[in-house]
Design a protein around this ligand. Structure first.
Ligand SMILES: C[S@@+](CC[C@H](N)C(=O)[O-])C[C@H]1O[C@@H](n2cnc3c(N)ncnc32)[C@H](O)[C@@H]1O
Length: 272
């Protein structure tokens, strides 16, 4: 379970109503455990969900979702995705042995000692756990717009991960302060996020020299291209190395590494 004794990193949170950077937390009835986060300037309140995630979306009456995005909001998605699909996904998609150890090693090499880290589109927290198992002291915030998957991430957290936190928010409007994050990581999410608005937000919250690491499905040729055209109807978008490089460049992110494994690409970009 997500640690309930640790203070929330409210200095990293930003008010979505008035834009103030740095929020405050109120203690709840249970001693020491905050029950909400609020903005000291405009008073906007952001409640905590039962999972411990801070909910920055609850006040929206309508959350626009593509079909691909909506799947993560269905009951049981995170449980099945994390246990039945994710540990084998990269080996199946790349056609080579690509288990969690190899994936975690690459991720650790590419982000180095960056701190704090945002896990964007975290779902059940798969990449966060790869990081925190290796480095439990690192501050990691998992962000997703689906409440159910954050419940799963909280369930799978270790109580001694005192600097692991969850927020329910939109990638294209992050409740996070500017220029504060050492790394943003995004495992299997970039294809379903609104690309340019999300990249703009990633660039905004990164420190100068901060890194963005993504693993996603790249644009394919042949039968893969046909399949991807069909998948496009669900809202998924696929991009080649040069297309992604152009989108990254437009927001001030410099593509530095691009590893291609068949269907899958690992990308490292640096904020200039
Ligand atoms: C395929 S899952 C990725 C899970 C995980 N990161 C991994 O490595 O396997 C994509 C996640 O992105 C989230 N997502 C999609 N669009 C989003 C948006 N606009 N804002 C925040 N999260 C979003 C979905 O809810 C879903 O949990």
């Amino acid at each position: 379970m997500l640690s309930s004794s640790s203070a929330l990193p409210v200095h990293l949170y930003r008010c979505l109503s008035c834009g103030r950077e740095g929020l405050a937390q109120s203690p709840g009835r249970e001693q020491g455990r905050p029950d909400r986060v609020y903005c000291p300037r405009c008073g906007q309140v952001y409640p905590l969900l039962a999972s411990g995630a801070v909910d920055f979306i609850g006040h929206l009456s309508h959350l626009p979702l593509s079909l691909a995005q909506a799947i993560a909001h269905s009951p049981g998605f995170a449980w099945g995705y994390d246990r039945l699909w994710r540990p084998w996904a990269l080996s199946l998609l790349t056609g080579e042995s690509f288990g969690p150890d190899r994936e975690g090693k690459l991720l650790m090499e590419w982000i180095g000692t960056a701190d704090p880290v945002l896990d964007l589109g975290t779902a059940g927290g798969y990449w966060s756990r790869l990081l925190l198992r290796a480095d439990p002291q690192r501050t990691v915030i998992g962000l997703d717009n689906a409440a159910g998957v954050l419940g799963e991430a909280a369930q799978q957290a270790q109580p001694h991960w005192h600097h692991y936190h969850l927020v329910r928010a939109q990638a294209e409007q992050m409740p996070l302060v500017s220029g504060a994050f050492g790394a943003v990581i995004s495992g299997a999410s970039l294809n379903e996020l609104p690309l340019d608005p999300s990249l703009r937000e990633i660039a905004r919250i990164l420190k100068p020299g901060g890194v963005f690491v993504s693993m996603h499905s790249q644009k394919m040729q042949g039968w893969g291209q046909t399949l991807q055209q069909w998948l496009g109807a669900t809202g998924l978008r696929f991009f080649s190395e040069s297309e992604l490089q152009e989108h990254l460049h437009q927001v001030g992110l410099r593509l530095e590494r691009y590893l291609s494994f068949g269907w899958v690409a690992f990308v490292r970009a640096v904020r200039s």
